[in-house]
Design a protein around this ligand. Structure first.
Ligand code: PGA
Length: 254
């Protein structure tokens, strides 16, 4: 059965000191009840903090370590980059891939993301693969075609075994950092569509077992309503993951 996941994407925010303080607050507020409620928490801080933050997390506890990106090659002369294998060596379990900010500002396309996916899986890590339409696409009534193509080109080249490791995140670009959240109906409609596409590309069991997160201005006020939808299995949280109280309220929304 699929897991519920609440993942905090810190993006390029926080100093190391602020980050440590935030993690200790979150650790204190997230108790064992989270485990019992089948919610896994993922923290994705900036890369330089990963190792020390990982050391603060209890093995087998509810909080897991995630990275925001990685390079597609295993090692080599790629100045400034970090490989999946290196992330694995410091205790990372999840890697966010295909975030719209990476696609937009760093020109990451389906071809590059396919290579990154393979690298992440080869290193034994789990990708959180993001897809989502722009406002223009939504207003042109092309959301479903667009998302189907993103899934097809970006993800469905994986084998059944590889796909079983993937978490999908639906993040409508118009909702990211804008304070404009998708309604729970809009989220549910898209999540059900994504699940249906997975069933077609793989099988019904794969579809049922895939965790599909919603991301885009999710917060302590709207999380409960979003997470109550049958196909919404948690959230990828940006802004609200930087405040311990807001983030833990979101975790407790299940
Ligand atoms: P937001 O970001 O919660 O700040 O809208 C979500 C994301 O980009 O993952």
């Amino acid at each position: 059965m699929r897991k519920n996941i609440v993942a905090g994407n810190w993006k390029m925010n926080m100093t190391y000191q602020d980050g440590l303080a935030l993690v200790s607050e979150i650790t204190n507020m997230v108790a064992d009840e989270t485990l019992a409620a089948n919610v896994e928490v993922v923290l994705a801080p900036p890369a330089p903090f990963l190792h020390s933050i990982g050391k603060l997390l209890v093995a087998g506890g509810p909080i897991h370590l995630g990275a925001q990106n990685c390079h597609q090659k295993e090692s080599g002369a790629y100045t400034g980059e970090v490989s999946a294998k290196q992330l694995h060596s410091v205790g990372v379990e999840y890697v966010i891939l295909g975030h719209s900010e990476r696609r937009q500002y760093f020109r990451e396309d389906d071809e590059l993301l396919s290579q990154k996916l393979k690298a992440v899986l080869a290193a034994g890590l789990k990708p959180i693969f993001c897809i989502g339409e722009s406002l223009e696409t939504r207003e042109a009534d092309e959301t479903f075609e667009y998302l189907a193509a993103q899934l097809q080109n970006g993800l469905f080249h994986l084998s059944n075994e590889e796909f079983a490791q993937v978490v999908v995140a639906y993040e409508p670009i118009w909702a990211i950092g804008t304070g404009k959240t998708a309604t729970s109906q809009q989220a549910q409609e898209v999540h059900a569509f994504i699940r249906e596409q997975i069933a077609r590309a793989y099988d019904a069991e794969a579809a049922l077992n895939t965790t599909i997160l919603y991301g885009g201005s999710a917060n302590a006020q709207n999380a409960r309503e979003l997470f109550s939808q049958p196909d919404v299995d948690g959230g990828l949280i940006g802004g609200a993951s930087l405040k311990s109280r807001d983030f833990t309220e979101i975790i407790k929304s299940f």
